[in-house]
Design a binder for this molecule. Structure first.
Ligand SMILES: NC(=O)c1ccc[n+]([C@@H]2O[C@H](COP(=O)([O-])OP(=O)(O)OC[C@H]3O[C@@H](n4cnc5c(N)ncnc54)[C@H](O)[C@@H]3O)[C@@H](O)[C@H]2O)c1
Length: 359
């Protein structure tokens, strides 16, 4: 994985707004990226983690918020793209005090950015934010929210794997198919269960081996190191950890035929997507495969129920099939086709001129 450098900032900037917010009393330091509000308020999760520098955090917020524009558009939601990253500063305030300071900061945007959970935050954190701001989704069911979005995300990832299988082997039947999952967190663990129920065999890895052990105990599968499982001889690789784990130097080492997972931006750049296509590895666009969580958050926002979430999850698989079919017919990289279609909707909503389609 490579860390985005400050020098990339210009390449990543086609946003409506990027805000750096801080609160000295608590030590809260965050970057909020509002990429596009053409389709609706910019919605995307709050990531809480360590960053080597503020510019690295800014680049992450900008890349992730742009990806949210694509994801929300591709999922058919009337929501724009945004994302926030909260930098782990160590204080002087507590984690809770920093979260509350962040909630007050997003109030200044008056609803053009709506937050939700992401890596490093939970539905309980969203409940805490909701004590200071109304611009928050993904709260616990006890507090009027729809809870953890990881279940619907795992379901659309499964749909992505099946559509990848249909495209590659002519059938969505996963019986006997081998799948390597890298990242056995909230989504990866649920995906493992769903895949076993479909008859797939698993290889599992995580930088925290205890998570792999717990998953193997629960559903079976074979544990391995992250490096080995990423490069395992399998039918499908499902990246479900962090982004940018695959770059052009990794591509020749991969021994899978299909890649479909939960991680946002699992490929470092477009050159990686082209290198995969040149090796005939089918990369199922990440923002189509992992949109289930946003579908649930969108339903929470609009007041839709569980049935609406189920229907939208099914529609996401159908949209994915269309994109893969179109890419195959036009002999193009599916990621580029998916991006173009998602941005067409954004452009139509904004009357033609809007943010670029780069991811
Ligand atoms: N949760 C959702 O609904 C959702 C929705 C869309 C996208 N995603 C994306 O999917 C991915 C997984 O989400 P999650 O909610 O399961 O997160 P999580 O934090 O629960 O799980 C991530 C797992 O990856 C592991 N990990 C971190 N760095 C690693 C590395 N370098 N190598 C191997 N393992 C590593 C962590 O130990 C953890 O177990 C993230 O990239 C997230 O942004 C999640």
């Amino acid at each position: 994985m490579s860390t985005p450098s400050a020098g990339l900032l210009d390449d990543h900037h086609d946003h409506e707004q990027v805000l750096i917010v801080r609160d000295d009393a608590s030590g809260m330091l965050a970057v909020i990226g509002v990429h596009s509000t053409a389709l609706g308020p910019a919605v995307g999760g709050l990531r809480f983690q360590r960053y080597p520098s503020l510019s690295a955090a800014a680049v992450d917020a900008m890349r992730l918020s742009r990806a949210m524009t694509l994801k929300n558009s591709a999922a058919g939601l009337n929501l724009g793209g945004g994302k926030a990253v909260l930098v782990e500063t160590g204080g002087p305030g507590t984690r809770e005090e920093q979260l509350l300071a962040f909630a007050r900061a997003i109030n200044t945007l008056q609803g053009s950015y709506i937050t939700a959970e992401d890596i490093g935050t939970t539905p309980a954190d969203m409940d805490l934010l909701a004590t200071e701001t109304e611009w928050v989704m993904g709260r616990t069911p006890e507090n009027g929210g729809y809870g953890d979005p990881s279940g619907p995300t795992a379901r659309t990832v499964l749909g992505g794997i099946k559509e990848g299988a249909r495209q590659r082997w002519g059938s969505t039947d996963l019986t006997g198919r081998s799948v390597a999952i890298v990242g056995i967190g909230k989504v990866g663990a649920i995906l493992a269960e769903l895949l076993v129920a479909e008859g797939a065999t698993l290889q599992l890895a995580d930088s925290r081996p205890e998570r792999v052990e717990a998953c193997v105990q629960r559903v079976g599968g074979q544990a391995g190191s992250v490096d080995d499982v990423l490069r395992a001889q399998v039918d499908v690789l499902a990246p479900c950890a962090i982004g940018e784990m695959i770059d052009v130097s990794t591509v020749p080492e991969l021994r899978c035929e299909v890649i479909a997972g939960a991680a946002n931006n699992p490929l470092l750049d477009d050159a990686t997507a082209e290198a995969l296509a040149a090796r005939d590895v089918l990369f199922v666009p990440d923002f189509l495969a992992n949109c289930g969580g946003m579908i649930q958050i969108g339903a929470e926002f609009s007041g839709g129920g569980a049935a609406e979430v189920d229907e939208s999850v099914d529609r996401a698989a159908a949209r994915l099939r269309d994109v893969l079919d179109q890419a195959a017919a036009e002999k193009r990289v599916p990621l580029f086709v998916a991006r173009e279609l998602a941005m067409e909707r954004v452009r139509a909503a904004s009357g033609g001129a809007t943010a670029s389609a780069r991811a």
